[in-house]
Design a binder for this molecule. Structure first.
Ligand code: ADP
Length: 487
């Protein structure tokens, strides 16, 4: 890869600023670790606010040129980037596994998604259409014209590292903005520098995309620079609600708009007329894909009483049988959690719930770097597990007496990202979809889905704004009212 200089033992990566591959300004590095075996995947620059500022300056300098490229030129670059990605597919799958503990199934989903996203987004420059508006001034000609916003900062997480970093840069770039991408310290390569490699090879001009990396616990200084620098006009952030809230508070002081994709406590409602085999499989996939480290995962299952005993018995058996292990083995379903801190947080919350009276029906004890798929019932409402998104393979089940009770409990949450409703009656399902407080609802399916063309985003504490190729137009362009006065 372009950014990598193969050292004697481990790959050394560099940041990408103004089209150059650079060490951090302070010369420090950190180790990017494989969460399964602790091996060093790469040595990565530990950037700081100076690097962030250099990246902002490069993006600012590149903006006038990039914004005047034709939509056709941008389309060519995006299609070429998709081609580079397609060629490197096997290697990127390996990198996803090594850097983020991502198994084969979710790795394939991520690769397919980003290929589709790059191809769909490629033509979005042509979709930035404006309007001609009737004016009250005689003979005046009034228009609303879409313009790119300028420099966009993109702050991406590690969990669906490839998808979420691509989504953070694709619409902004193709709509004529320039970008500073700050990946997570847990996925600086596959969720960050990889895009610099791919887009450089695809012919993106220098400075249009810049990637700044940092060591663990050092995001704050770069975040502060991105939020406060006057040349950064918009920020998109995907991550935890706590970090998103902090950044939004700071952005508010600088009157900067953000797109915020935050956590969820997503319900899966299973009504008594649902097919139980289908429900068990949907619940397992929706709760445990990528060991529950997806913002869309089902965190709470509400099952109507007539189906409850059969569903819970079979779902517990299925959950207990999901194999944990090395994500590089095809047979593994549950790979390692991203780091020790994540493992300890999940274990602490489950243990606290159990100490408060909850019952574990499957899983419930860490095994090496993995936490097994866990099904837990009778979780008191005041526990951390019940109240907060817990980023791991743990799902809470509750028995409800009616669809109304399921709806009330599902909506009794600070979050509102996704939801699933399983029922044999599609009209009932749609009626519930209309009353669920969520940005995304799937009737007769589990809550994990993403397609590049869909309006992806949440309500309440799950965030603001929408990704999705055409919907992101509102986030990453600005309407300008232009008039030509009458003669
Ligand atoms: P998680 O706890 O799941 O890692 P975070 O919200 O901490 O979620 O991480 C999402 C992204 O936010 C990552 O890129 C992380 O480095 C970044 N981040 C964390 N703290 C800050 C901060 N103070 N300013 C800017 N970015 C931050």
């Amino acid at each position: 890869p372009a950014g990598a200089s193969a050292g004697p033992e481990v790959t050394g990566l560099r940041q990408f600023i103004g089209g150059q591959w650079l060490n951090s300004s302070g010369g420090r590095t950190f180790e990017d670790l494989d969460p399964w075996n602790g091996k060093v995947v790469a040595r990565v620059p530990a950037g700081d606010s100076h690097d962030a500022r250099a990246a902002i300056e490069a993006a600012h300098a590149a903006f006038p040129g990039w914004t005047r490229t034709s939509p056709g030129v941008r389309q060519e670059i995006f299609l070429e980037a998709a081609e580079v990605l397609r060629r490197r597919r096997a290697e990127i799958m390996g990198l996803l596994a090594a850097e983020t503990g991502c198994g084969h199934a979710f790795g394939s989903i991520q690769l397919d998604f980003v290929l589709s996203l790059l191809r769909q987004a490629s033509g979005a420059g042509y979709a930035a259409v404006g309007q001609v508006i009737p004016s009250d001034e005689p003979d005046a000609f009034a228009m609303a014209v879409r313009h790119p916003v300028g420099v966009v900062a993109a702050i991406a997480p590690w969990n669906a590292a490839l998808v979420l970093s691509c989504r953070a840069i694709a619409a902004p770039l193709v709509l004529g903005n320039t970008v500073v991408l700050k990946p997570s310290e847990e996925s600086p390569w596959v969720g960050g520098l990889l895009w610099a490699e791919i887009f450089e090879e695809a012919g993106l001009p220098p400075g249009v995309l810049n990637v700044v990396t940092h060591a663990r616990g050092e995001a704050g200084a770069i975040g502060q620079e991105l939020v406060s620098h006057p040349w950064v006009r918009r920020i998109n952030f995907t991550g935890s609600t706590a970090t998103g809230r902090r950044l939004a508070e700071a952005a508010g002081r600088h009157l900067k708009r953000m797109v915020l994709e935050l956590g969820g406590q997503n319900p899966l409602i299973i009504l008594a007329d649902a097919d139980v085999d289908y429900a068990v499989n949907a619940a397992a996939y929706g709760s445990f894909l990528h060991q529950g480290q997806i913002c869309m995962c089902a965190r709470r299952i509400f099952v109507e009483r007539p189906l409850a005993a059969e569903f819970l018995g079979r779902f517990a058996a299925k959950t207990a049988a999901l194999p944990c292990g090395d994500p590089k083995d095809r047979g593994t379903v549950i790979g390692p959690l991203i780091n020790d801190y994540a493992l300890r947080t999940v274990a602490r919350r489950v243990d606290e719930a159990v100490a408060s009276g909850a019952r574990v029906l499957a899983g419930g004890t860490a095994a090496g770097p993995c936490y097994p798929a866990t099904l837990i019932v009778d979780v008191p409402a005041e526990t951390e597990l019940a109240r907060h998104e817990t980023f791991g393979p743990v799902v809470i089940a509750d028995v409800v007496e009616s669809a109304e009770e399921a709806l009330a409990q599902a909506n009794d949450s600070r979050y509102g990202l996704t939801a699933g409703v399983l029922t044999g009656d599609p009209e009932r399902g749609l009626a519930l979809a209309n009353r669920l407080e969520a940005g995304i609802v799937h009737v007769n399916d589990q809550p994990i889905h993403d397609e590049p063309q869909m309006p992806f985003g949440g309500v309440k504490d799950s965030g603001w704004g929408r990704f999705g190729v055409t919907f992101a137009m509102e986030e990453f362009t600005e309407m300008r009212w232009v008039t030509l006065a009458g003669g």
